[in-house]
Design a protein around this ligand. Sequence first.
Ligand SMILES: [Fe+2]
Length: 241
Amino acid sequence: MVPQRDRSLTLADGDLYFVQEPVGEMANLAYVIGSRATREAVLVDPAWDVESLVTRAQQDGMRVVGALATHYHQDHVGGQIFGLSIEGLPRLMELAPVPVHVHAHEAEGVRRVTGLSAGDFVVHQGGDVLELGGVRIRLLHTPGHTPGSQCFLVEEAGRPARLVSGDTLFLNGCGRVDLPGGDPEALYRSLHDVLKQLPDDTLVHPGHLYAEPVDSLGAQKRTNPYLRVATLEAFLGFLGY
Ligand SMILES: [Fe+2]
């Protein structure tokens, strides 16, 4: 088995600065995404080892200006679960206090599990865009795994976009819907009406390293059974509903 540390991925391609970092004991992937021109970066789902993410960014000359949460689960934002105390957004606030960008339907959940206060959050709707130099991060509302799950479409002119897909879309899998707030029909809509509509050359970066670290969306449309399935009824049957 390849050690997790060796599966870290760093791209400095055009203006985009992009780090995909395996963290923690649940195969999570955290991200650092920024602009090489402005030297500004945001952390996606900073948890488990926040200091190493911040240090990585700073050693590369990047200034952390925000955090983005895909959803409220403790392995992504920090908190207590399964007898574990996972560091996350509160640790980031100690190291580098920055605004935390959450979807409106997820703000309460993130606040509850992290203990942050409402003033720490910037609350978004789907379609909102963050701009870092020539890099645009489009916030896509993709409910189903949780009500306010969001994916981040990282765009730079002239290059394939990268989709940071959280626990909504995994490589050859999708997020669970049996946890509080899970909604199988909403997940089907998010996968088929939102994510599957993106171009085939979009690169998918999931929230957990369960298989390969990245794949094209086109390949996932061909191989991922949860994207291949043609109807809501078949999708629900697939999930055992
Ligand atoms: Fe999750």
